[in-house]
Design a protein around this ligand. Sequence first.
Ligand SMILES: [Zn+2]
Length: 449
Amino acid sequence: MIFPLLRRHFLEPLYIMKSGSAKLSYWRRLEESQFYSRNQLEEIQWSRLQKLWRFLWRENGFYQKQFQNAGLKENDLKGPEDIRRLPILTKKEILRQGHAMLSTGYQPNRLLNFKTGGSTGKALEILITEECSELRNACARRHDRWTGWEPGEQIGAVWGNPKLPKTLRAKLLNACVQPYIYLDTMAVTDESVQEFAKTWDNNKPTLLFGHAHSLYIVAKYIKRLKIDTIRPVGILSTSMMLLPHERTMIERVFNCSVTDRYGCEEVSLIACECEKHNGMHMNIEHLVIEFIREDGSHAGPGEPGRIVVTDLMNRAMPFVRYEVEDVGVFFDQDCTCGRGLPLMGKVTGRVADFLLKRDGTRVAGVSLIENTLTRIPGIEQMQIVQEDLDSFNLNIVPGKSYGHSQANELERYFQTLFGDSLRINIRVTDEIKPEKSGKYRFSICKIDH
Ligand SMILES: [Zn+2]
């Protein structure tokens, strides 16, 4: 256990200091502020909201128009609730605006650019500064520790198309600063799970990390294959709905409690369970989180509402009153852990089945959607329905640049993964609606497996 300590206290701080990042000092502040009183935390949030409002007035053309259309003046922000006078920002609007949402002086080629997909089934381009990314990482680190993991310790990730270190520098960084081992959810087989277990045994990570449903599928493999070497101190489930039966199964197989986390690529971490599992603590230092009824009014405690978030940290491409397209509730009771961060619960969200190849390999729908949307431009939203081993229906909401070549590319990509005999039926539609329950099922497998 010397190496984790060396990484935590020496190698990582040295690396971060050399890069000039504020990540560690900011993380230390967040470690303290989680135990501030609710009032103190709301003060931080309010002060950041005022700064963001003033910034938007001066530096962002898109929001200047939004203010104008809503008949707002610069000094109209008298309290946090005044932000509700701005319209809700939809994914469609973000697609329509593109780089017109960037603030003055922020050049796309000087920002970190990433495309979303897997967490929503919808393709959005998000731009943030390096600094904003570091602040997000610092925040994630605080919440990672709630699982029992400590900085410097290895992480075992169940993830699609992992970015494996290729160059010597990347390999050194992985070994010395933040070591990860991976199980690729694009191809889950008995062999790949056994290999992962072997690597786990050699490296002894302490945290197991992945999408809820992927962790569940892997737990089923581990149970069937009678593997007993994967013994994490914490399990972090993220991005998707963690269904109660999945949680029970994962906890039994790994003999460890699951920490459920809620977030999305657009605004990063929204809320996370602590060690008491009384609900998820909202990240109110970074976000304003609203719960909205169908008629647009605000839901009361315990009452389900559409989740709308304002990111207080992203200046380059600000997200104000962004509709995540999930439903949740907030609670008005405090947590027994003593943290002042308020609690919420998720009611509905994203669910995605695993898909099945002819040779028995399982492919995580969430990873496949992410890969497809980032690989093939021009698709706004996508839903995969596997009818049987050789036939898929793909429901597509087309973007501006969607045409025959994208359809051919889609077909080729799926045939590369699932075999040449695969039949693909592409249905172009205006909208893919959530189910009656409110769940967004963007990957459906009709084969019993
Ligand atoms: Zn708590």
